[in-house]
Design a protein around this ligand. Structure first.
Ligand code: FAD
Ligand code: NAI
Length: 476
């Protein structure tokens, strides 16, 4: 076993494996250590994202969306089939096969790039040393000129509602249900709560979501959050705001959940409970206490703008450092640090990281929202275009939502775009690119968009910024 490397990456999720690949593209010798264990005891690279996050959740969102549409929208199209039936075993097999295909793909990419893929635990010991413990418990000390920590994050557990991995579960558990829960309580109306609540709700579960905060989707533009709440209620997601769950008592066949709402203590029975109240950086046994690595008050590894820790040759990226816990943010940090290690100049534009919530309708945004601009005393213009006026959305039977574009009053530069509606997660790409090039709303106004397409809603919202939308009345 080779023990000397230019770069040792600890963590093989979307941050770590991308850093390893980019470093190897420079001809550097690279090891990538990962300890992910699947339920069947097997190992796979890809981290939370591929094994228990982005990918399996999107597979189930797709299946459940198709089931929902077949049940509720097909008759409108003149398609008459018998009442659709969901085969959960087949749905889960499809999801597991997709995960296998993609994690296998990562293993293949590491191999092709001649990266030493090491299965086991990595621990930074200070200076250039990493202690590697393989799955059999053998310990080896590796030397790395540069070290990248990419250990990811793990779900936060609530003391009042401890996980039992069967009926009170985290997001991974909720991705693996083998039957549709008759009723499902979701604690936390954040991204995971809404996505997984949607999956099981569409498949027939009675879903109630308990959110401790009085605000719904506090990071999202207020107009978009308001529209989202209306749409989710229509779809049967019962969202309780300002509701504090204080206990979960298990009975033989159900879980008795106690929550406080409007000063009233309420008890309710549920078949299953998913706790999705955020994730915390995963740094257990990742570095020795005298290594020089430090954590901030939320447990993230302290890094500068270029992801360098307090030690010059050690970097940290992805969910274990500050910033949004998103796969694409971690991957781009991986690219940046690999380029810096190789001697190139690299930086990341943290102001324009797209966010997507894969509910129906989808929610996507980039840049600042109105509240943030108001608080910063920045003058702005707003253009709104509803999907109800989009020919393409009407033909798709998906007319809920809107595009909201915000640009600077001073020079028209686009400051933020907020979308709720069909394919919002795809549509946001255009505006992220535009914002990266510091485009104005006029630049989008003068760009030809295909007809009929959902992207015309972006075009019309840009026109609406200057009150000249063509397919919707402009507000005086
Ligand atoms: P991880 O993916 O967590 O990978 C870290 C890896 O390091 C793991 O394999 C871990 O086992 C390993 N590791 C940790 N410590 C050690 C050690 N000491 N030695 C060896 N190995 C170690 N983000 C999006 O952008 N889009 C989405 O649609 C999306 N959906 C999500 C859905 C769910 C249900 C969840 C839970 C998350 C979702 N996320 C999504 C978030 C996304 O999964 C994370 O932001 C992303 O995985 C972070 O990447 P990472 O490489 O930093 O960490
Ligand atoms: P989150 O931070 O999105 O939401 C957690 C919610 O739980 C918040 O609304 C919070 O107010 C609430 N909460 C906290 N404590 C509570 C309590 N005791 N009782 C009730 N509610 C409580 O975190 P979530 O949904 O767990 O997701 C974790 C991370 O994973 C997110 O930060 C996100 O970045 C990432 N993710 C991204 C996805 C995407 O990009 N589509 C999908 C899923 C996850």
């Amino acid at each position: 076993m080779n023990k000397n490397f230019d770069v040792i990456v600890i963590g093989g999720g979307p941050a770590g494996y991308i850093a390893a690949i980019r470093a190897s593209q420079y001809g550097l010798s690279v090891a990538c250590i990962d300890e992910w264990k699947n339920r069947d005891g097997s190992n796979s690279f890809g981290g939370t994202c591929l094994n228990a996050g982005c990918i399996p959740s999107k597979a189930l969102l797709e299946s459940s969306e198709l089931f929902h549409r077949a049940s509720h929208e097909f008759p409108e199209h003149g398609i008459n089939i018998n009442t659709p039936v969901i085969d959960i075993k087949a749905m889960q097999k499809r999801k597991n096969d997709i995960v296998k295909q993609l994690t296998g793909g990562v293993a293949g990419l590491l191999k092709v790039n001649k990266i030493e893929a090491l299965v086991g635990h990595g621990k930074f010991m200070g200076l250039n040393q990493v202690e590697f413990t393989d799955s059999k418990g053998n310990v080896n000390t590796l030397q790395g000129k540069h070290i990248v920590l990419a250990s990811g994050s793990s779900p936060i557990e609530l003391k009042a509602i401890p996980f039992d991995d069967k009926r009170i579960v985290d997001s991974w558990g909720a991705l693996d249900f083998t039957e549709v829960p008759s009723s499902l309580a979701v604690v936390g109306a954040g991204v995971i709560g809404l996505e997984l609540g949607s999956v099981w709700g569409r498949l027939g579960s009675e879903v109630e979501i308990f959110e401790a905060s009085p605000d719904f989707l506090s990071l999202v533009d207020r107009d978009v959050a308001k529209e989202a709440k209306t749409q989710f209620n229509k779809l049967g997601l019962n969202i309780h705001l300002d509701a504090k769950v204080t206990a979960a008592n298990k009975t033989e066949s159900s879980i008795n959940l106690t929550y406080i709402k409007d000063n009233e203590k309420i008890e309710k029975e549920f078949d299953r409970v998913v706790v999705a109240v955020g994730r915390k950086p995963h740094t257990d046994n990742l570095f020795s206490m005298d290594s020089g690595i430090t954590l901030d008050e939320s447990g993230c590894i302290n890094v500068d703008k270029q992801c360098q820790t307090s030690i010059p040759n050690v970097y940290a990226i992805g969910d274990c450092v500050r910033g949004p816990m998103l796969a694409h943010k971690g991957s781009e940090e991986g690219v940046m640090v690999a380029e810096i290690i190789a001697g190139d100049i690299a930086e990341l534009n943290y102001d324009i990281i797209p966010s997507v919530i894969y509910t129906s309708p989808e929610i996507a945004w980039a840049g600042k929202n109105e509240l943030e601009l108001k608080n910063a005393d920045i003058e702005y213009k707003v253009g709104l275009f509803p999907f109800a006026a989009s020919g393409r959305a009407i033909t798709m039977e998906q007319t809920s939502g809107m595009v909201k574009m915000i640009s600077s009053k001073e020079n028209d530069q686009i400051l933020g775009v907020h979308i709720i509606g069909p394919m919002a997660g795809e549509l946001i790409g255009e505006v992220v690119l535009a914002m990266e090039f510091e485009a104005s709303s006029e630049d989008i106004q003068r760009t030809i968009h295909a007809h009929p397409s959902l992207s015309e809603a972006i075009h019309e919202a840009s026109l609406a910024v200057d009150k000249r939308a063509l397919n919707y009345p402009n507000k005086k």
